[in-house]
Write a protein that binds this ligand. Sequence first.
Ligand SMILES: [Cu+2]
Length: 309
Amino acid sequence: MSRFLLAACAASLLALPVQAHVTLEKPEAVAGQSYKGVLRLGHGCDGGSPTTSFSVEIPEALALVRPMPKAGWQLSVENAPYTKPISAHGKEITSGVKKITWSGGRVQDGEYDEFIFVGQLRDEASGPIYLPVVQTCEKGEWRWVDVPKAGQSTRAPAPVLRVAAAQKQSTMRVEQVWSRATPNGANVGAGYLRLTNTGSAPDRLLSGATDIANRIEVHEMAMDNGVMKMRALSDGLTLAPGQSVELKPGGYHLMLMGLKQPLKEGASFSGTLKFEKAGDVPVTFNVLGMGAAAPSGGAKEMMDHSHHH
Ligand SMILES: [Cu+2]
């Protein structure tokens, strides 16, 4: 290979900025969360013409958008009604920014610049979201609007934002999870806890599971012909929004059916509770003494006494 060709290869490697599409500095986001979009401009138009205007279209999945002004540039914003309103700070917002244009500035071909906005991804946003950009130069323009199809490369791809689903926050608060020691040979055990439905819809505790028993049922104690009896709640235990329910000895409780090993005071074991809406919630049961009535307050006192005497 001649010296000339080598030089030409090196030059083409150095010419990489031609490949610098308009991209987002942070191409990943999470549904329901705020997002700061930094659009990066890497070069001018064909022939090295300087950029004088930069506009971006905002998809509906990106709501509550506010552009950042740039010194030396005029900012103009087009608003449009949302097809679906979004609530912010307790208010229904029915329209928002559809297009942002920065114009009247100048970015030379060999320079780099950024165009910035903030917004919030809707809860239901998912997958790739495209933000078409038009870069206008003194001579010509680049339309960064192509949406790539599988296996195809495009000359001027639109900046893409990949949106991940939000981690679902549990709407069921589970506290003070405990159990009672069992005598050797017992084939059932009990579990107790306090539940609070922090969601806005009713939910039901359906059942549970643990490695140390065949299954966990939801039971209640109730008077039947003057006799206290327990029965399985086949429809589960319903909690209204905001409601707290304590599962405790003599009332609602979890029943560990087919206990595989005795429960020893001071030990703990894990399991999951199954809720109709909140789904599977992992829990750890702390095993208290056989006579324990609750993990704090009176029960603790009782236990402490039993140790002292
Ligand atoms: Cu029971």
